[in-house]
Design a protein around this ligand. Structure first.
Ligand code: NAD
Ligand code: MG
Length: 408
């Protein structure tokens, strides 16, 4: 079957011949991206989406397997202690290899038509800004870089020739629904949240949840950090800040609604009374495929939606007393300036400590609140990437002290 036939066959042909770099190729979004590319090569031919570079932090085995299968020009391992192993595993393959954080940054700087930003956490900030500065299509999964670098991210974007296509499912949905020419008429942008595994739990019972329980998300299969963020609802808070920066919508027009089935991803209400919703099965390969071939739509292996088999779609308001991380993020969005950078850094430290069983689930919000309450962290503008990274480091130190205090 030749799916490139048809009216816009040449547009599709152009879209699938774009070169791609995947930063964070061994993670949940990274492997889904390669899955979509493998599917595109099956559907459209082996030369679809030639790969420039793939990068990973420590999973050298998987990185080497991906390199042998997808034939990138360059494969980079972040943790330099794995360099020799990567060299062995890729001997004779013709794939160039490199190691260390600077090599990941260099990979982000190498030309590619589409760059998938699928590194988790603030480690993605510098590579993201490098890729945005270089230009092309930026398939943006890493939300932490937008939250932490905020205005700096927007400034780099405004002077670059990059086009951001959000991959986060709610933002991808919003991007598809938003009528940018009618932005005056947008009354609200509402992101849905599944509510996570503890939606119906009491706070007392949440005190003793384990990392295993927290990462077991009801609808999505994701990396550990975002799964914990979904369980605390911090993920939705980060997403509100992400939406603010990506779409230029202020806090009072951004909302959250709990929707346990994760079928509706975003709702946009216009001033004429219309509300547009985006619906799809919860499968990241849908927004990933959209971003890779935008503005053309291509075939994706994603699960399809079968409304007749659904038992119902339900919606309820989030309970911010039950999930204080959402309230902390909303407050940070309103405060602006340095607050979101501190929120993000402290949350990363707290989630890491929770996954390492050093603090409890409810302590995550305590660590974040403590970091946000330090007046010396809140003073001053954030002028550039160096200042963002310095504040990120400083907020991590404060959060680590709070972790030590809570763990004592
Ligand atoms: P993951 O933990 O599964 O994968 C993270 C990737 O980043 C891996 O390839 C890892 O090697 C790499 N990495 C980790 N630490 C690094 C470091 N210090 N330097 C360089 N690379 C490093 O994470 P994920 O679930 O795929 O999420 C990736 C990003 O996408 C996150 O920002 C997350 O919030 C966002 N996101 C994920 C999903 C999802 O369904 N998983 C949905 C929406 C948004
Ligand atoms: Mg999301």
């Amino acid at each position: 079957m030749n799916k490139t036939n048809g009216q816009n066959g040449s547009d599709l042909q152009r879209a699938i011949s774009r070169s791609v770099t995947v930063l964070g190729s061994t993670g949940s979004v990274g492997t889904s991206t390669l899955d979509v590319i493998a599917h595109a090569r099956q559907a459209y031919g082996n030369d679809a989406f030639p790969i420039e570079a793939i990068t990973a932090q420590s999973n050298v085995q998987m990185l080497a397997e991906q390199a042998r299968r997808f034939r990138p020009r360059l494969a980079v391992i972040g943790d330099s202690s794995h360099y020799a192993q990567l060299e062995d595993l890729l001997a004779g393959s013709g794939v160039r290899i490199a190691a260390g954080p600077d090599a990941i940054l260099a990979a982000a700087n190498e030309p590619a038509d589409v760059t998938m930003l699928a590194i988790v956490g603030a480690a993605g900030i510098a590579p993201a800004l490098a890729a945005v500065g270089r230009g092309g299509v930026i398939a943006l999964a890493n939300k932490e870089c937008v939250v932490a670098a905020g205005e700096v991210f927007r400034r780099v974007l405004s002077t670059s020739r990059a086009t951001i296509i959000p991959v986060d499912s709610e933002h991808n949905a919003a991007f598809q629904l938003l009528d940018f020419a009618q932005s005056h008429a947008i009354e609200s942008v509402v992101l849905t949240a599944s509510g996570g595994p503890f939606r119906t739990w009491t706070r007392e019972s949440m005190a003793s949840v384990t990392p295993e329980q927290a990462v077991a998300h009801p609808n999505w299969s994701m990396g550990a950090k975002i799964s914990v963020d979904s369980a605390t609802l911090m993920n939705k808070g980060l997403e509100l800040i992400e939406a603010h920066h990506l779409f230029g919508i202020e806090a009072d027009r951004l909302g959250v609604i709990i929707h346990p089935q994760s079928i509706v991803h975003c709702l946009i209400a216009y001033s004429d009374g219309s509300t547009l919703a985006h619906v799809s099965a919860p499968d990241m390969r849908t927004p990933i495929a959209y971003a890779l071939s935008w503005p053309v739509r291509m075939h994706s292996p994603s699960r399809r939606l079968d409304l007749a088999t659904l038992t119902g779609l339900t919606f309820e308001a989030p309970d911010k007393r039950q999930f204080p991380c959402l309230a902390l993020a909303q407050e940070s969005l309103r405060t602006g300036g340095r607050a979101p950078t501190i929120l993000n850094a402290a949350n990363e430290i707290a989630v890491h400590a929770f996954l390492g069983r050093r603090i409890g689930f409810l302590d995550i919000a305590r660590v974040v609140a403590r970091a946000l309450s330090m007046p010396n962290l809140m003073d001053g503008e954030l002028a550039d990437l160096e200042e963002v990274l310095a504040l990120d480091r400083h907020a991590r130190m404060v959060a680590n002290e709070e972790v030590l205090r809570l763990a004592a």
